[in-house]
Design a protein around this ligand. Structure first.
Ligand code: BGC
Length: 455
């Protein structure tokens, strides 16, 4: 009952959520810096990532924790404005060398670095120039990509272009809950989506062209995954259809809005009818760029919803009946989602699956004995991983599982209230404490998943 040979067990984090050092060593501001500093910021307690987990100053200490947990991979993101402070012009050598040192430290400890190029911290200067509305961003992002690839690809194999375009466009410019907290028209949001898709495809080509060793390239989308009511053929078909369904209200959060153009070289069914002239077509050449082949399908998956409408309109509180198990931020506990998503995404997009994020926020604190007894996270992850394993049993190719997150960190609009980490962080002292789940995960990894099946 173990996972495939060479299965990658990892943990993840993202630059703005952990690094801090928001204005050190030449880093430029990102939209998250600017907007969390605004007196009108809606983030809980007016918190920001100025210091966060101070990971910028703690490479060795943090990698030592990864070693203690026995992880095989660390997925982290690169801050575009740390590498190119205004996003467009000169490279900041100190910013680049921070990531190079991190990669060295990981490699020295046999931990595979997995790079995400964009996890939401858009350079403020790029935003001032129109951000995702300005098609010049495709070239600016490409230059940044090439800079990073030239610096790190002698040691990095795994590359992800964008983390969750559903969220950085959907929450940032469509429902206004993430920086830059805007609520824009469909016309504008569609234009931004097109520029994201083109920037993605262009970056994939650049990674392949300049990588010094053969890369594994993907992006890391999220989206609604719908569970079948039972395992009858009809129910499974209905869940499959809803997982990829598209409607004019929730399109930006859907799977198919982003993944169909990339993998199927087309807009999702219904898109043209909904948007008419607001949805300009790509030229043939642009379609070629958007659909540049990838190596695996990254999935960031936390929960399912029994009713997709709920997700698209009020995400994320898809309760069907009272009293269902919820995490500390009210996300419904639905372990089966890892099985059904792996199955549905593999069937439709035909690439090996990697869970690039999965995990839960729980009410964790350091207890009297100095430890963090997070039994709920252990239970949650055991159940999710058992379901994921079901996909392996059906010979769906699974490349890995990356737990979100390595350590507690800045949880965007929720500030520091939500703790997702396997490692507890005391934000006043920056003391890190491995939670029980971190030791548990170490055993799971050491047994390649077999320990999950011992009661
Ligand atoms: C994001 C992370 C975030 C996590 C939990 C994902 O949507 O990629 O940055 O912290 O979910 O909300």
């Amino acid at each position: 009952m173990s996972f495939p040979k060479n299965f990658i067990w990892g943990v993840a984090g993202a630059a703005y959520q952990v690094e801090g050092a928001w204005n050190e060593d030449g880093k430029g501001p990102s939209i998250w810096d600017t907007y969390t500093h605004s007196r009108r910021s809606p983030v809980h307690h007016h918190e920001n990532g100025d210091v966060a987990c101070d990971s910028y100053h703690r490479i060795k200490e943090d990698v030592a924790l990864l070693v203690e947990m026995g992880v095989k991979a660390y997925r982290f993101s690169i801050s575009w404005p740390r590498v190119i402070p205004d996003g467009i012009g000169d490279v900041n050598p100190k910013g680049l060398s921070f990531y190079s040192e991190l990669v060295d430290e990981l490699i020295a400890n046999n931990i595979e670095p997995m790079v995400t190029l964009y996890h939401w911290d858009l350079p403020q200067h790029v935003f001032d120039k129109g951000g995702w509305l300005n098609s010049d961003i495709i070239g600016w992002f490409d230059k940044y990509t090439r800079t990073v690839v030239e610096a790190l690809s002698d040691r990095v194999t795994y590359w992800m272009t964008f983390n969750e375009p559903q969220c950085f466009i959907g929450l940032g410019y469509y429902n206004g809950s993430h920086a830059p907290f805007l609520n824009m028209s469909d016309r504008d949001v569609i234009l931004m989506s097109h520029n994201v898709l083109l920037a993605h495809g262009t970056a994939v080509r650049t990674i392949r062209k300049y990588a010094k060793k053969t890369p594994m390239v993907a992006f890391a989308p999220t989206g609604p995954s719908v569970l079948p009511k039972d395992e009858s053929e009809e129910a499974i078909e209905e869940a499959r259809r809803k997982t990829f369904e598209f409607n004019d209200f929730g399109y930006i959060l859907s799977n198919s809005w982003w993944a169909d153009p990339i993998f199927l070289r087309k807009f999702p069914d219904g898109a043209k009818e909904f948007f008419g002239d607001d949805l300009p077509d790509f030229t043939e050449e642009e379609w070629d760029i958007v659909s540049t082949p990838l190596d695996f399908y990254g999935c960031n998956i936390y929960f399912s919803m029994k009713s997709k409408e709920d997700f698209l309109i009020t995400a994320p509180k898809p309760l069907e009946k009272t009293g269902e198990g919820l995490t500390a931020i009210d996300w419904i506990i639905t372990p089966e989602v890892l099985y059904w998503s792996a199955k549905f995404f593999y069937e439709r997009y035909k690439l090996p699956i990697m869970i690039t994020e999965n995990g839960c926020a729980m009410c964790d604190w350091v207890m009297l004995d100095g430890k963090v007894h997070d039994a709920q996270r252990i239970d949650f992850t055991t159940k999710y991983l058992r379901e994921y394993h079901r996909a392996a049993e059906e010979n769906i190719p699974l490349l890995g599982y990356i737990h979100w997150s390595f350590m507690d960190n800045f949880e965007w609009g929720l500030g520091y209230d939500a703790r997702f980490g396997l490692v507890h962080v005391d934000y006043y002292t920056q003391k890190r404490t491995l939670k029980d789940s971190a030791y548990w995960y170490r055993d799971v990894i050491a047994s390649n998943g077999e320990s999950l099946f011992k009661d």
